[in-house]
Write a protein that binds this ligand. Sequence first.
Ligand SMILES: *Cc1c(COP(=O)(O)O)cnc(C)c1O
Length: 386
Amino acid sequence: MTKTHFPTDRFESAQTPFYYYDLHLLDETLKAVTEYSDVPGFCVHYAVKANANPEVMRRIAAAGLGADTVSIGEIHAAVTAGFPAPKIVFAGVGKTDEEIRTALELGIGCFNVESEAELDVIEEIAASMGVKAPIALRVNPEIDAHTHHYITTGLAENKFGIAREVLPALIKKCLESDHLQFKGLHFHIGSQITDLTPYKILCERILELQKELEEKFPGLEIPNLNVGGGLGIDYDEPDENPIPDFKTYFDLFKRYLPLKPGQKLHFELGRAIVAQCGSLICKVVFVKEGLGKRFVILDGGMAALIRPALYQAHHKIENISSTSDIMEKYDVVGPICESSDTFGVDEILPLTKRGDYMALRSGGAYGEVMASCYNCRPLPGSLYSC
Ligand SMILES: *Cc1c(COP(=O)(O)O)cnc(C)c1O
């Protein structure tokens, strides 16, 4: 049984708003990931940017996943959580010299490089340290945004990745350098992808590109292919679909991206692993009668969970205290002086009163990790299921 149960009796001792983590669901999710990715060559990494909560990360590390990081802070958090350095990859468009040096000292598995300028700096720093930096080049797969409007990071005009036209020159640079070690190619097409067709297109693009590069560089070995993350989750029905369909996802790659002998296929999943296990728990401060509207005002808002304000995202809202059969229509809002501090409009909820606990579901990804102290509010804490 994976439906999240909210032990409201335990919530009395906690300061709202806080994140509640269903660790049983996290473990079940990790079990599904490891089971369905048990394919020769497949390596699953966790994208730390989705949630850096220490207990959540510790469990993911214990399940044997690697870590995908975008700052030295995330690398340190990953090491602390128990991810071995060789299973940590370092991505991001703006790595600083200090971050590159520390990552090399720690002996991380790979740098996912996004530009020629970055490649040159990594080479220079590696040379000064007398080491060889492992490099994967992030390629822009240019998957058509018109067919798949939710794909926002794999396009030519985007700040991410290297254009296919300049890729051969950078591979050549890696192959000729004493301080760079060419480890492979990295792709990431976007986030919250629920129709898997773009992944199939990605597999085709990768095979095409691999063939093209092998012709340009006879004998070229591409040890790792990295297909990024982006697998989506069900924000509308978290209890019906608590665990994403990892089977179909991994089967697709197994089927459409045949690996060469010894070649590895890396995945970097964030949201799919952690989103459903976390909920933001708030208390109702007031129920306000407006003109033709009734507002539920919570003690947590966009500072605790910014996705609705930032991306017009919607999280399922549940009153976990009310046992009333009377259903009413409410706008559910936070306490912050911004109109965008709204979690839901015309939500149908059981009769709600001051002091009720409300759960904003599917908040385990890009929730706690993006929280701020805006309005001098304390950061939300966290509470774990037993
Ligand atoms: C954000 C990101 C991920 C993780 O994305 P999810 O949608 O959370 O799976 C993986 N790889 C890269 C390069 C990213 O930028």
